[in-house]
Design a protein around this ligand. Sequence first.
Ligand SMILES: Cc1cc2nc3c(=O)[nH]c(=O)nc-3n(C[C@H](O)[C@H](O)[C@H](O)COP(=O)(O)O)c2cc1C
Length: 189
Amino acid sequence: MKTFLDLVRHRQSTRKYKNEPVPREHIEKCIETARLAPSASNSQPWKFIVVDEPELKDKVAKHTYDKVIKFNKFADKAPAMVVITLETPKTITRIGRAIKKKEWPLIDIGIAAEHFCLQADELGLGTCMIGWFNERKVQKLLDIPAKRSIALLLSVGYPPEDYKLREKKRKSLEEIVAYNSYKKEGLSG
Ligand SMILES: Cc1cc2nc3c(=O)[nH]c(=O)nc-3n(C[C@H](O)[C@H](O)[C@H](O)COP(=O)(O)O)c2cc1C
């Protein structure tokens, strides 16, 4: 069995997909793990709109790039996309957010989205989180009220057999860990 660290190392943004539909039960299993994610005051400020109807999916994908910004063109080939809306959090979260000036609902959605992507990886699916998209156009296409913000899109599909695991380019542990004081960088031992 894979360890959790193996799974985390194996998940990567997948930008090529096989022309193969994703079974809904797989997507629902991914959403189940997102559903179980923690959130500030247990607000669960999310809704997941699965777009797997091919023509509609193509239209959503087209709203993730334009003539100038083309890096999301890969979304055209994804057999499914999931649109995560930012739902109104509980009043206590809204008050706390205003006082503390922290965007907890977006943190919540980030955690839920990563649950989704890790579960997808375990099922052999590839995903890519897509933060660059035309929000207004996606709202219109999917009947999302204009006041309901879209936090993130996820493309989902099977990576091609020869899709390589890339080296993770990350800051070193030494750079990001500090014990007991922000100013004291470094690891134990
Ligand atoms: C909030 C968020 C938004 C992102 N938006 C995009 C995007 O619009 N297009 C894209 O190709 N990748 C996007 N990514 C993927 C990141 O580029 C990617 O996670 C990062 O480079 C690390 O690579 P890895 O996911 O393969 O480990 C996004 C990731 C996050 C967390």
